[in-house]
Design a protein around this ligand. Structure first.
Ligand SMILES: Cc1ncc(C[n+]2csc(CCOP(=O)(O)OP(=O)(O)O)c2C)c(N)n1
Length: 585
């Protein structure tokens, strides 16, 4: 009778889920899995830090809509992956982390690499289990995927003790689950849908705010069709970008387009807001929301507990976003909707946003204005490129310059605000879409967090082009300190000049240094055409403050303080005018 080990079971179970690639860093606790990967011809992408492997599994899901799989060794492998898992958890991203573990038979005898992994992983995963019987591995892998993708998605953790993983059992005693998922997703109740559509018919200024629930239910086509049928403007958060192409007439960029302040003088903001798979948190403006306080709000979410977080909701609809949109499309066909004046107003705001850096784009100054850098790069990329943005102000500059035309094509930070995701996300995107251009931009501070992954990209043949926005400082941090404390007063936020292009060359990448605006295009063309992982180190102006930082800290500095020192009073007087003048010159 043939025997198989736990590694073979893992790989066969992953194959059943359509997985053909894993992200990992070697550990002896995992060798049974690698041996099976060899037999099954899996693509094994090996990173230089387990954090990067976990971010890659997360990035894979963000760009494909399907869970990525990271496999890390017992003890430090699992603890190193914590940040990657937490990042996915905060953004409801489906991924599967498989962790090695010391032998069950050695528990409490101080074996190597033993730590309470379940205790560490439970608070940052949707579901976490330790497998104790080899024959049950396929059942647990199936359950891991079911938990990762069902309802609101999220990361899951599966722990495999080495004695369970390496044990060999009779193949005939092992069964692989075949049918372990629902075939359909839950739709809206008839009454809730009717109410939502009645309000849409009554609304003069409706708006749809779309989030990750739209992307992970693969509802981009339905979202676009519904918007077209009802002439309803759509705004997206980062995860949903491109679900409706951003060059579509009815797409108005981020949620800020309905900020009440932008409409105060011209007839008011939205009177009906339909939240589609987006949570109410900082990215909807938090408690100081972009959602007008007098608007009717319909919140559609697969997770009932999300409805009503941070704000009263007139109508909560528990539903998968695509099912909601499909039913809504059927129900509105033949009805006439018109919101011309509202759409024109939003269009004017969109145009103003598109042109707000026009002066900076013409600036030939060195160091380079970051807006010029971002817009120049955006013009050089393929329209269907995948763009990854990592860093404080850097991510915002690129976010504003890029037009996402497809879902899963713009990857950036979420609720963990986790710097360092850039290279791993970009590598995962390239592994998932080998025929698409993948571009990544990183702040010079953030670049340090996973810099060694240039080697991963080089040795695993992942030709991504990476720009380091080098303002020689932790820009958002230093600007924030100076806005609070006064020009020249900062701590732990200076970096100085670093030749990232040379360091990347040392790790096997193509390198370019850019110090003048006219060097951007030639250097980018050489990098994109090199066919290799490439690092373009662009030196930018450290004094230019991104408008988001300015708004954040200006708002903070006008907060009433209980007790103010003389120095603080003086800072408040001197700081803001300085930046006000310096801003975007
Ligand atoms: C892992 C992590 N460490 C620290 C921070 C705090 N932080 C937020 S923005 C920022 C500065 C980022 O600087 P840089 O990457 O150079 O980008 P820039 O703002 O200059 O564009 C820091 C340190 C964070 N969000 N994540």
């Amino acid at each position: 009778m043939a025997k198989i080990d736990g590694g073979e079971m893992i790989v066969r179970a992953l194959e059943r889920e359509g997985v053909r690639e894993i992200f990992t860093l070697h550990g002896g606790h995992l060798d049974a899995i690698y041996a099976a990967c060899m037999r099954h011809d899996f693509r094994v992408i090996d990173t230089r830090h387990e954090q990067a492997a976990a971010h890659m599994a997360d990035g894979w899901a963000r760009t494909t809509g399907r869970p990525g799989v990271a496999i890390v060794t017992a003890g430090p492998g699992v603890t190193d992956a914590v940040t990657g898992v937490a990042n996915a958890f905060m953004d409801s991203i489906p991924m599967v982390l498989i962790g090695g573990r010391s032998p069950l038979s050695d528990d409490d005898r101080l074996p190597l690499q033993a730590v309470d992994q379940m205790g560490i992983m439970r608070p940052i995963t949707k579901w976490a289990r330790s497998v104790t019987h080899t024959e049950r591995i396929p059942e647990y892998v199936a359950a891991a995927f079911r938990h990762a993708v069902s309802g609101r998605p999220g990361p899951v953790f599966l722990e495999l003790p080495i004695d369970v993983l390496f044990a060999r059992v009779e193949e005939s005693s092992v069964s692989f689950p075949e049918k372990y998922r629902p075939q359909s997703a839950p739709g809206p109740s008839r009454a809730a849908l009717a109410q939502a559509l009645e309000w849409l018919r009554e609304a003069k200024r409706p708006a749809i705010l779309a989030g990750g629930g739209v992307w992970f239910s693969q509802a981009g086509r339905e979202l676009t069709e519904f918007a077209e049928l009802t002439h309803t403007p759509v705004m997206t958060n980062s995860k949903a970008r491109g679900s409706i192409p951003e060059d579509h007439d009815l797409c108005f960029g981020g949620f800020g387009a309905i900020h009440p302040a932008a409409h105060a003088k011209s007839g008011g903001s939205a009177d009906l807001v339909i939240l589609l798979g987006t949570r109410i948190g900082l990215f909807t403006g938090g408690r100081n929301s972009v959602i007008p306080s007098d608007a009717r709000v319909v919140q559609v979410d697969i997770e009932p507990e999300e409805i009503g977080r941070n704000r009263d909701i007139e109508l909560g609809v528990v539903s998968d976003c695509r099912e909601f949109l499909r039913d809504a499309i059927d129900a509105v066909k033949g009805t006439r909707f018109e919101h011309r004046e509202w759409l024109e107003r939003l269009g004017a705001i969109r145009d103003a946003m598109r042109h707000r850096f026009d002066d900076a784009l013409k600036s030939d100054s060195s160091p380079i204005h970051p807006a010029r850098m971002a817009h120049e790069i955006a013009k050089l990329l393929d329209p269907d490129a995948i763009v990854v943005a990592d860093g404080g102000e850097t991510a915002s500059w690129m976010s504003g310059a890029w037009t996402a035309r497809h879902p899963g094509s713009f990857l950036s930070h979420g609720y963990l605000g986790c710097l360092g995701v850039g290279l791993p996300f970009a590598m995962a995107a390239k592994a998932a879409h080998p025929n698409r251009q993948v571009f990544c931009i990183i702040g010079d501070g953030s670049a340090g967090l996973n810099f060694a992954e240039f080697h991963t990209a080089a040795k695993n043949n992942l030709p991504i082009t990476v720009v380091i926005n080098n303002d020689k400082q932790w820009g958002m941090s230093k600007h924030g300190q100076e806005l609070m404390w006064g020009k020249g007063r900062h701590m732990a936020t200076e970096l100085g000049m670093v030749h990232y292009e040379r360091a990347a060359e040392g790790l096997g990448a193509h390198g370019e240094l850019v110090e003048r605006p006219d060097q951007i295009a030639p250097a980018m063309k050489r990098a994109l055409g090199s066919g290799r992982a490439a690092c373009v180190n662009i030196v930018t102006d450290p004094d230019v403050i991104e408008p988001g930082t300015l708004a954040l800290y200006s708002a903070m500095s006008t907060r009433p303080r209980k007790q103010e020192t003389a120095q603080e009073k003086q800072d408040e007087g001197t700081t803001l005018p300085y930046y006000g003048k310096r801003k975007l010159d």
